[in-house]
Write a protein that binds this ligand. Structure first.
Ligand code: ADP
Length: 175
């Protein structure tokens, strides 16, 4: 599975599935969640309303409706807590791992992620980037059957630079 970084708006991605950094209600919110609901249209909210919410770190699949992507995977990231750092790390790992598993089971070949939990949920971005990329690499090695490419779609230059930094660090380690 290839891993790619780019700057951009995830709602514009022509991939099989995009991931939504949702909240536990799955009833929409601000940030990337709001952008995805606006671009997908009201049918997405109607569909999400029937799902009964989602626990932090778990993932649920819906159609993409008016989005260029066929599906959306909704995963609530952890609200970052420095006092419970290890727990926050585990939950963020679960978001990536469970989203990848669900996408692979749905026979998706391409997936795009936003930077989960680093906006309103305040996860330190370099730590979050390390967790995201390590989990993508591990899934690619251990589990991917259908998935061929995972793209991190980063919305602002600072977040993009943090992921580039974490990617280089990981690359140097694997050399
Ligand atoms: P969380 O509540 O999980 O922290 P946010 O939506 O507040 O989620 O932020 C997560 C990341 O998504 C932030 O880096 C934010 O800048 C980014 N983001 C916001 N809109 C978009 C978009 N349209 N495409 C990709 N990323 C986005």
């Amino acid at each position: 599975m290839k891993i790619l970084l780019e700057m951009g708006d995830i709602t514009r991605k022509h991939v099989d599935v995009i991931v939504n950094a949702a909240n536990k209600t799955l009833l929409g919110g601000g940030g990337v969640d709001g952008a995805i609901h606006r671009a997908a249209g009201p049918a997405l909210l109607a569909c999400c309303s029937a799902l009964g919410g989602c626990e932090t770190g778990e993932a649920k699949l819906t159609p993409g409706f008016n989005l260029p992507a066929s599906y959306v995977i909704h995963t609530p990231g952890p609200v970052y807590s420095a006092a419970q750092h290890a727990q926050s790390v585990k939950l963020l790992e679960n978001c990536y791992w469970n989203s990848l598993s669900l996408a692979d089971q749905a026979k998706c070949r391409t997936i795009a992620f936003p930077s989960i939990s680093t906006g309103a949920y305040h996860f330190p971005v370099v730590d979050a980037a390390r967790i995201a990329l390590r989990t993508l690499v591990r899934f690619g090695k251990e589990r991917a059957i259908n998935l061929q490419a995972a793209t991190m779609v980063l919305f602002d230059p600072e977040t993009y630079r943090a992921y580039q930094f974490a990617m280089k660090e990981l690359w140097d380690e694997l050399k």
